[in-house]
Each structure stands twice: as structure tokens, then as C-alpha cells.
Design a protein around this ligand. Structure first.
Ligand code: GUN
Length: 282
């Protein structure tokens, strides 16, 4: 029988625990989010982050700029936030408009306040097996979810489909740190099914329907990071859930699997950065 990896329930548990800690603290963690342009999906994500933060007692602000803002304006704002002792975590929502140099913006964030693990310093540490300030939100959320269900990656063949800097690549690195044997597949991979069939754990982060029943063996763990809409506008993942779930030992649904865990990780990361910065200032 397939077990559903229930991200919603775990998110609620983790955030309830976090709220208790924040309630006890006189000083409150602060999260600042920068949103540029009017990408509708980004607006929804950012709104959701702010609402969740506020429920927990995290001081949260969203700084919005129109799509044609000059790069220098954002860089100045980030410098201001870097110096502000009430701000412990900074997030620049991606994607950014094309005229803005994403790397320049991200690397302006102080690595100690880099809640996404996007700066070259933190990302480099992750790749080098050193400790970044915090770990990237989505892969961190996936590992928390797997841990909750006692799914150990040590020695397992983890197949990650997707090599984005946001999910696929850091996921592969983090699975490697858990002593998994990792294969990263992407759009140039030949005969994807021959590889996915050898997976013990399959993590798909592509954003289109890709994983069908005949691409996997029995009893594997499937984690679906994809979000897209079907022809009726309904949210769905990369995995053909109805047919695949009959074969898996564990599977994460969309919605209700990885999505809630990403936001939980963002809140946990904000608190971790807050704790580290407080310790330093003492
Ligand atoms: N855009 C989509 N997902 C994310 C995320 O996790 N962090 C940031 N900064 N932007 C995103």
C-alpha cells in the first residue's frame, strides 16, 4: 500500500513548534522580501510567505518595485537591509525582469542573511560539503519530509529529474551529502526511463507532466516537486499520480506535498539566521 507523504501536516507541526520558540523570544525574527514586477505566480508565493511569517510572529515586509526599476535602486535597498539589525533574512523573489543582473542582485545579499542559500558564497559551501548559513528551502523541505517518514537515503539510488539552481542541483548535492548514489537527469538525458527505472527514490522537479507508470519500478519513493496546471486549470505535478501511486511505497501529492514544506523551510531558515545573528551580536 502506498503511503502519502503529507507535507501539509508536517508543515503545521513544524510551524507550531517554531511559533512556541518565537513566542518565548523578546526579540522577533525579521524577514524582508523583495518582489520586482507583476508576475502573478510570484505575487501569490510572496503573499503566502508574508502571511505565514506573520502568523508565526516573524516581522515580515514585502518591498515591491515595478518591472522597469533600475538595478541600482534594488542594490541600495539590499545594502540598507544588510545593515538593518531588525532584518535577519532577505529573500529576492525570482524570476527577476531580464534587464536586471540576477547574480549581482543575489550576491549583494549578505551571506548571513541569505535565507534561500542563493549567494555564491553559500551555494559554493553547499557544493564543497561545507556549512552554508542555511540550506536551500525546497531540498531542505524534501529531506525533512523524507526524515519524517523514516526514509533514509544512505546508499540508495536517488534520481533527480531537473537541474535548476533552485531545486534540482541543490537537491542532488544534498542527497549526495546524505550518502546517496545520485543521478541528475535533465532535458538532454538520453532514455530517461532506463534511468528512472533504477531509482530507489525519484525526485522530479521539471514543471511538466513527465513521469508515467511505465517509467518506474515497484515500491520506489516518488517526490513530486513540479507545479503546473492541467487543461481544466487544476494544479498538478510532474507525476501521473493516479497510475504511478499504485506502484510506489511512498509518494508526495501535488498540492499538499513539497509546496507546504518549502514554506516551512523558509520559516525555519529565517529563525536559524535570526539565532545565528543574535549569537554573533552578543
Ligand atoms: N521563485 C520560485 N521559488 C523561489 C524560491 O524558493 N525563492 C526565491 N527567492 N524565488 C523563488
Amino acid at each position: 500500500m502506498t503511503v502519502i507523504l503529507d507535507g501539509k501536516t508536517l508543515r503545521n507541526k513544524l510551524l507550531d513548534e517554531l511559533k512556541v520558540k518565537i513566542d518565548k523570544s523578546n526579540i522577533k525574527p525579521g524577514l524582508s522580501v523583495i518582489l520586482v514586477g507583476d508576475d502573478p505566480a510570484s505575487k501569490i508565493y510572496v503573499d503566502n510567505k508574508k502571511k505565514t511569517a506573520e502568523k508565526l510572529g516573524i516581522r515580515s515586509e514585502v518591498i515591491t518595485y515595478c518591472a522597469n526599476v533600475e538595478e541600482g535602486v534594488i542594490l541600495d535597498k539590499i545594502q540598507e537591509l544588510n545593515k538593518d539589525d531588525t532584518v535577519h533574512a532577505i529573500l529576492v523573489q525570482l524570476p527577476l525582469p531580464k534587464h536586471i543582473d540576477k547574480e549581482k542582485i543575489i550576491n549583494a545579499i549578505s551571506p548571513e542573511k541569505d535565507v534561500d542559500c542563493f549567494t555564491t558564497e553559500n551555494y559554493g559551501k553547499l557544493a564543497a560539503g561545507l556549512e552554508p548559513a542555511v540550506y536551500p528551502c525546497t531540498p531542505k523541505g524534501i529531506l525533512l519530509l523524507l526524515d519524517e517518514y523514516g526514509i533514509d537515503l544512505d546508499g540508495k539510488h536517488v534520481v533527480v529529474v531537473g537541474r535548476s539552481n533552485l531545486v534540482g542541483k541543490p537537491m542532488s548535492l544534498m542527497a549526495l551529502r546524505r550518502n546517496a548514489t545520485v543521478t541528475t537527469c535533465h532535458s538532454h538525458t538520453k532514455n530517461l526511463a532506463s534511468i528512472t527505472k533504477t531509482a530507489d527514490v525519484l525526485i522530479s522537479a521539471v514543471g511538466e507532466v513527465l513521469i508515467e507508470e511505465d517509467m518506474i519500478n515497484e515500491n520506489i519513493v516518488v517526490v513530486d516537486v513540479g507545479i503546473s496546471r492541467d487543461k481544466n486549470g487544476k494544479i498538478r505535478g510532474d507525476v501521473d499520480f493516479e497510475t504511478v501511486c499504485g506502484k510506489t511505497s511512498y509518494i508526495s501529492p501535488v498540492p499538499g506535498g513539497v509546496g507546504p514544506m518549502t514554506i516551512a523551510s523558509l520559516m525555519l531558515n529565517t529563525y536559524e539566521l535570526f539565532e545565528k545573528l543574535l549569537k554573533r551580536s552578543r
